[in-house]
Design a protein around this ligand. Structure first.
Ligand code: ADP
Ligand code: MG
Length: 253
């Protein structure tokens, strides 16, 4: 049966108004509502509620995609028993996201394989579900982008993109030393984020050794000063989960 003109127009309007869930559900929900004898406002309420829920879900999905997590890890798959050195209560508190409203930072310090990146990603994911704009970088990846942007004279644009975020994640500070320019550009990011954007940094290096990758003692001091002014520190000092996992598998075979 071909649709009558008013139905066609309705569908056109719903598309123009960007109400995909209205478009998808208005007929089936009308049938349900007529069966349940709910009135017009109730019908509209139920339809608009579905639209809102779908819209929020799509927005969250978009934020997760834009965050560019290397692998999507959440807190559900994190085994706290396997890493007792981690302050679980603090992790749970951070997952609630108040630190983001207060523009506070989080530092995850510890040996390789202790779940720092996993936890950072889980915090980033939680922030996305709370409506926050997040971007995950490896620290060297961001330094490279900054250097390239400076080369191409697009540094301002990159800074503006970063300014729009609620959370910048810098993974793996400490594995690769930076060039002088790289360290300075990174410092600019930390400096601009100060009291404006939360930062989550993961590192295998204790503070005393940051100079080794950042070069200048003065710059390291200034960076730590901003980073640690309002900071939550999570320390992971246990055994590597990767190693443990590998050992377990070896034993089984
Ligand atoms: P790090 O960043 O500290 O080097 P990762 O977060 O990359 O460590 O962890 C290495 C691997 O082990 C990842 O696949 C991660 O999901 C897993 N992993 C580490 N710790 C745990 C844990 N406590 N529970 C579950 N998986 C873990
Ligand atoms: Mg890591």
């Amino acid at each position: 049966m071909s649709k009558d003109p008013s139905t066609l127009l309705l569908e056109h309007h719903l598309k123009a108004l960007k109400l995909p869930t209205f478009l998808r559900d208005y007929t089936s929900l009308a049938a349900v509502c007529s069966q349940e004898r709910c009135d017009y406002p109730k019908y509209l309420f139920r339809l608009s509620e579905r639209e809102l829920i779908d819209r929020e879900r799509r927005a969250t999905e978009r934020r997760i995609k834009e965050a560019q997590f290397p692998v999507l890890k959440t807190i559900e798959t994190f085994d706290f028993a396997a890493q007792p050195s981690i302050n679980e209560a603090l992790v749970r508190e951070l997952l609630r996201g108040e630190y983001l409203s207060k523009k506070e930072n989080v530092l995850l310090v510890g040996n390789p394989g202790t779940g720092k990146t996993h936890l950072a990603t889980a915090l980033g994911y939680a922030a996305c579900t709370q409506g926050k704009r997040v971007r995950f970088y490896t620290t060297t990846g961001l330094a490279t982008q900054l250097l390239e942007a400076r080369e191409e004279r697009t540094l301002q644009r990159l800074h503006k993109q970063l300014d729009r975020l609620d959370l910048i994640q810098l993974d793996e500070l400490g594995y690769v030393p930076f060039s002088k320019a790289g360290a300075e550009l990174l410092f600019d990011v930390v400096s601009r984020a100060y009291e404006r954007t939360s930062l989550i940094v993961t590192t295998n290096l204790p503070f005393e050794q940051w100079t080794e990758v950042l070069g200048s003692e003065r710059l390291t001091g200034a960076m730590l000063d901003r980073l640690t002014h309002r900071v939550h520190i999570l320390e992971a000092n246990g055994q590597s989960y990767r190693l443990r996992d590998a050992k377990k598998r070896l034993k089984r075979s």
